[in-house]
Design a protein around this ligand. Structure first.
Ligand SMILES: Cc1cc2nc3c(=O)[nH]c(=O)nc-3n(C[C@H](O)[C@H](O)[C@H](O)COP(=O)(O)OP(=O)(O)OC[C@H]3O[C@@H](n4cnc5c(N)ncnc54)[C@H](O)[C@@H]3O)c2cc1C
Length: 291
């Protein structure tokens, strides 16, 4: 029951795409909050929403459950994420079959991060080692799926250098990815340079910029350490100067300006890491006049 990828066709239409990322809630209360956020964002008609897949495969059921609710009760085009962490090839095929049976036409294919407490990604016996392996598995077995992959404008933290990381990204693209969504970044020039580098390396699929509306100085410092993204001095100083409860407004303003600059500079749209919260997303959409 797999249907043709609508995300791919939206990107081919070259209209500016807007998408929002949710994560599977830990409990019912978190689920309610997430669905309230979804209800507030729904009137703005994102082109798709995605829902992440937790470390160790622990969110297999929750990812599927909320992916279905987001589609059936909110009418979103939903792209579930899938990672290789802790799964054999056969389990991954089972999960993909579940996605297909449930009528999802797109999947974000990732290697995943090591589970909590572990520092190095371990391939399980009979499992896959890289995002590109998962892309190949999907292409071979579910040729109609639309496939998104992650890209790292400031280099993936484990890659020895940018050239090698780009070559590895190219392998993932050549395995059959339809589009790239980037890791968060706070300086648009980083994105524009990355797009040029990908093009120079022969990658022609759309590259959707992923943006995090910052909620606090502590949060952004943690994220930047984790994914090795550069925190611009101006943003850091503005956050330092703001009282705790004003920091989300600083983050929203920054992300809003990033969105405007990216769209003006020719990005195919933008993807918001909304963290199951609506305020920043709604303010950003208002700022660009997307009602
Ligand atoms: C848009 C987006 C969404 C995400 N969603 C999730 C999610 O839902 N759940 C989650 O757990 N994590 C998620 N992540 C985080 C992601 O899982 C981590 O960044 C992870 O460390 C890398 O996953 P990947 O698929 O990009 O890895 P890969 O593309 O496999 O790359 C991982 C590392 O291996 C290197 N590499 C790749 N191929 C080869 C090769 N053939 N030989 C040697 N080295 C190679 C790369 O250069 C890189 O350093 C997301 C990231 C992004 C950008």
């Amino acid at each position: 029951m797999t249907k043709l990828s609508s995300i791919k066709s939206i990107l081919e239409e070259k209209k500016k795409l807007f998408s929002v990322e949710f994560f599977p809630p830990k409990d019912e209360e978190g689920g309610q909050r997430m669905l309230e956020t979804a209800s507030l964002i729904q009137p703005h008609r994102p082109d798709f929403v995605s829902i992440t897949y937790g470390a160790g495969g622990g969110t297999r059921t929750t990812t599927m459950r909320y992916a279905k609710i987001l589609r059936e009760e909110h009418g979103f085009e939903v792209m579930p994420h899938l990672t290789c962490v802790g799964h054999t090839r056969d389990e991954l095929l089972e999960i993909l079959e579940d996605f297909a049976q449930a009528g999802f036409g797109n999947v974000m294919a990732l290697r995943g991060d090591p589970p909590k407490g572990e520092t190095k990604f371990q391939t399980v016996p009979g499992g896959l080692s890289y995002g590109s392996d998962l892309v190949s598995l999907i292409r071979e077995n579910f040729p109609d799926f639309g496939i998104g992959v992650g890209g790292y404008p400031e280099k993936h933290p484990e890659a020895p250098n940018k050239q090698i990381d780009l070559a590895n990204l190219k392998t993932k693209v050549e395995a059959g990815a339809d589009f790239i969504t980037t890791q968060l970044f706070f300086d648009n020039q980083v994105y524009f340079d990355f797009v040029k580098q990908c093009e120079a390396a022969g990658m022609t699929i759309p590259i959707l910029p992923g943006l995090l509306p910052v909620l606090s100085l502590g949060q952004v410092r943690r994220f930047c350490t984790m994914c090795e993204a550069r925190l611009p001095t101006r943003l850091e100083k503005s956050l330092e100067a703001a009282e705790q409860e004003k920091q989300p407004a600083v983050g929203t303003q920054w992300a809003g300006e990033q969105v405007q600059g990216l769209l003006k500079g020719g990005s195919p749209g933008f993807h918001l890491y909304a963290l199951n919260k609506s305020a920043s997303t709604l303010a950003i959409l208002e700022g660009i006049g997307r009602k």
